[in-house]
Design a protein around this ligand. Structure first.
Ligand code: PMV
Length: 327
């Protein structure tokens, strides 16, 4: 193998799900029970360099300049094993990963992280994959990472096997001028990770009802997106976020990801709408709120946020972004 072929750098975006992935059909390979729909965030990216090195005995992982802990390193090593096996490589690797958004900012770094790691590891191992194959591989690191591989607005088809569960772009980043105003009310790491949360989903008495409604919801949101019908789109994403959090709060044990600030922002967004500012919220597994608005309204949303009682630690404005790419 030619030495300079064993190092590569890739960048990948985080994504925000409009129709969420919560609960798995198959835990090991991260096969979900429903399709999900997301948008890549142009300004929240992970850049990862992978170098397979014959002189190294163990994988070395640094995240934002700091050595990764044991659990994180093991998770990365397990993911690299996929590429070592496919590329018939026995070497350990040096992995350097940096996020251009703050750690624990409520933007999941596992999606951008595993998408960037997959592309960099594939290229460093001299492997060429189609976008679909890369999405399948990224999914095995973290489910939502498969949605950070294609560009723009993305649908992850749940599938029923590892080969059939992957994401594809449904609209390019410039298709629709909408924004995600990310309101960070806490930088603290969540106590229950999404990996643990997915396992609890089935214990909610509402989970089966949620899953039964997903196919219709996915069809409806895609229709709204095709028509660029922002009002229908917004109503769907809000109801969907509450639906997922209802499952979270009624699982055993229950998961309360919200804080008082989360609720103040939820109620404010609804009030702003009544007074003519059309914005909608969505929330992942944490207290921070993603306010989705049209490009023309983003400054108004930020101005309104500044009038709230809640202490807001940071506001990040993201536009639809590209998927994973080599640099
Ligand atoms: O990919 P994971 O295991 O981090 O799960 C993501 C879960 C949510 O962010 C809550 C929803 C989603 O679809 O992104």
């Amino acid at each position: 193998m030619i030495v300079n072929k064993m190092k590569a750098t890739a960048v990948a975006p985080a994504n925000i799900a409009f129709i969420k992935y919560w609960g798995k059909r198959d835990v090991g390979p991260n096969i979900p029970l429903n399709n999900s729909i997301s948008m890549n965030l142009d300004c929240a990216q992970t850049t990862t360099t992978v170098e397979f090195d014959p002189a190294m005995k163990l994988d070395q992982v640094t995240i934002s300049g700091q050595a990764a802990g044991k659990t994180e390193t093991e998770r990365v090593s397990r993911h690299l094993d996929l590429f070592r096996k496919l590329g018939k490589i026995n070497h350990a690797a040096k992995v350097e990963s940096t996020n251009n958004f703050p750690k624990g900012a409520g933007i999941a770094s596992s999606a951008s992280g595993f998408a960037a790691l997959s592309l960099a590891a594939a290229s460093a191992a001299g492997l060429k994959f189609t976008q679909k194959q890369l999405s399948v591989l990224a999914r095995q690191g973290s489910g939502s990472a498969c949605r950070s591989v294609p560009d723009g607005f993305v649908e992850w088809a749940a599938g029923d096997s590892s080969e059939s569960s992957f994401a594809r772009s449904i609209f390019s980043p410039d298709y629709w001028n909408i924004c995600d105003v990310i309101v960070i009310v806490s930088h603290q790491q969540k106590k229950i990770s999404s990996t643990e949360g997915h396992k609890l989903a089935r214990s909610s008495p509402f989970f089966d009802t949620r899953i039964k409604g997903m196919e219709k919801k996915v069809a409806e949101i895609k229709k709204a997106m095709r028509k660029k019908d922002f009002s229908s789109f917004g109503e769907i994403i809000e109801a969907e976020a509450i639906n997922m959090h209802a499952v979270m709060m009624t699982s055993v044990p229950p998961l309360y990801y919200w804080s008082p600030e989360t609720l103040e922002i939820i109620k404010s967004v609804i009030e702003w709408r009544e007074s003519g500012l059309e914005a909608y919220f969505t929330i992942d597994a944490g207290p921070n709120v993603h306010i989705i608005c049209q490009g023309k309204d983003k400054s108004r949303v930020v101005r309104k946020l500044k009038t709230l009682r809640s202490v807001i630690e940071q506001i990040i404005i993201a536009k639809p972004g590209k998927g994973a790419r080599l640099i």
